[in-house]
Structures are given as C-alpha cells and as structure tokens.
Write a protein that binds this ligand. Sequence first.
Ligand code: HH2
Length: 273
Amino acid sequence: MRSGPLVLDHVALVGVLNATPDSFSDGGQHLDPARAAAAAERMVAEGAAMLDVGGESTRPGARPVPAEEERRRLLPVLRAVRAAVRVPVSVDTTKAAIARLALDEGADLVNDVSAGRFDPALLALCAERGVPVVLMHMQGTPVTMQADPRYGDVVAEVAAFLAERARAALAAGVAADGIVVDPGIGFGKTVAHNCALLARLDLVASLGYPVLVGVSRKGFIGELLGGRAAGERLHGTAAAVALAVAKGARLVRVHDVGAMRDVVRVAEAVVGA
Ligand code: HH2
C-alpha cells in the first residue's frame, strides 16, 4: 500500500504519531499498534496529507534511546500505520539503521531533527533509497538545548545552517526536490527566538526548499499563555500555524489535525488572494 512522492500543491498537514512512552504531549497514546493505526486513520480522515511516526522523544531533557529500543517501539506501530493508510509516512529518527528498517517497512521519507549530523550514514541512505529528507535545525542536543540558547541573529543563523545542511544532502546524493527544511521550533530556542523565526520565516523559505514547521502544542506557546499545559494550547497553536503559513510554510506538523485543517485552509486562502 505505497503512496507516490510528496505533492505540495497545497500546504500539507503532517499528523504526529509518537510511538513513545514519554513524548511531551501524546506520550503513551500510540505505543499500541492497533491504537496507532486507528489514530492514523482518524488523522487522514481529518485531512492529514502525511503522517510522521517516531520512536524517540526529542522534548527538552529527553535522553537518547538505544537503537534496539527505538526499533522495538517503532516498527510494529509503523507496520500497522502503513497497512491502515495510503498517505506518505515519514520516520522521525536520527539513526540511519532505524531509518533503513522503517523504509523497508514502507515509510516514504525520513524526518531527521539533527539534519544528518548525528549519524553520517543517514543522508547517504536517503540518497541510496531515493527518498526525501526533512533537515531540521537544532542548537545542542535534546538533553542540553534549552539550557541557555544563544544566537547573534537567530533567523540568519538558522537559515545559514539549513543552507549548509541542504548542501551536505545534495553532496550525499539526495535529489534537490527531495529536500525539506525546518527551523526547529523549540529546539535550542527561547520564546523570543521562536517568535523571531516565525515572524521572519520567509528568509528560511527563500532558500528555495519547502519549509516544514512544527509548532504544535510546544512550550513557547504555553509560556506565552502564562504557563498553559500542553493539552490546552490549541488556540495558541492555531495562531502560530496560521502565521507560519502566511510566511511560507508548506508543511505543518500537528497533533490536532482536524482543527488545524480549518486554520490552514483559511490561512492559505488569504495568502493566495
Ligand atoms: N518537533 C518534535 C519532533 N520532531 N520534527 C520536525 N521536523 N520538526 C519539529 O518541529 C519536530 C520534529 C517534537 O514534538 P513531538 O514529536 O510532539 O514531541 P516529542 O519530541 O516529545 O516526541
């Protein structure tokens, strides 16, 4: 049940499915393959054009998960999701060995929050298999990234980093139309850094690659709303998604697919007017 390549004639909603016990907002909900498949079907019915399945939390402070444990969590869920839906499925991993197994199970692309830096074999694997890759910016590692993130000009530095990682992907043999870039909202950034990246996302879009943005339920929204819990950040997420689309995001990674479909439709209509 394979799907075709990424088609981005509209802003794509990417539904988040974490096969983890500890993800910051959906931890434990999709560890069971049958529940994950049901969630995948629901997300697609609500408008997801793609799903992102991961077996390792990258929330601030999260410790790396050994490959064997990541494999054990991820593969049964990926198999069930693959059998349940026809939309492209990305695997959220930084490890080439896990990405390879996931591609063998029918994943269509790789979402690497380290942009090919944590495992040098990952970009070569994407090239070898002819699959797209999402290259995301992160300062530090999930363990350290929120300690004291600092930049001169956060937007310029993130854009320069993504341009350099795109060159690395091309050098590894990834096709130019197989590269997606992502500013990495919340990955080694303060509230002000995240807001600046959204406000000037057009600079990232000007690199010429489709931009994916993941703001869904993230900590900066909770902080802007006076300490709101992850499950109570829907309207804040809506604002950030709409503004990201206005500034050129072509893919938005979200937990609340149905609600964000309406947000994206309206934002896209305004942008296109
Ligand atoms: N954010 C998270 C995980 N993967 N991938 C990309 N490309 N962009 C993102 O912004 C992004 C990502 C973190 O969110 P979530 O998966 O909900 O939580 P956790 O890392 O705790 O599993």
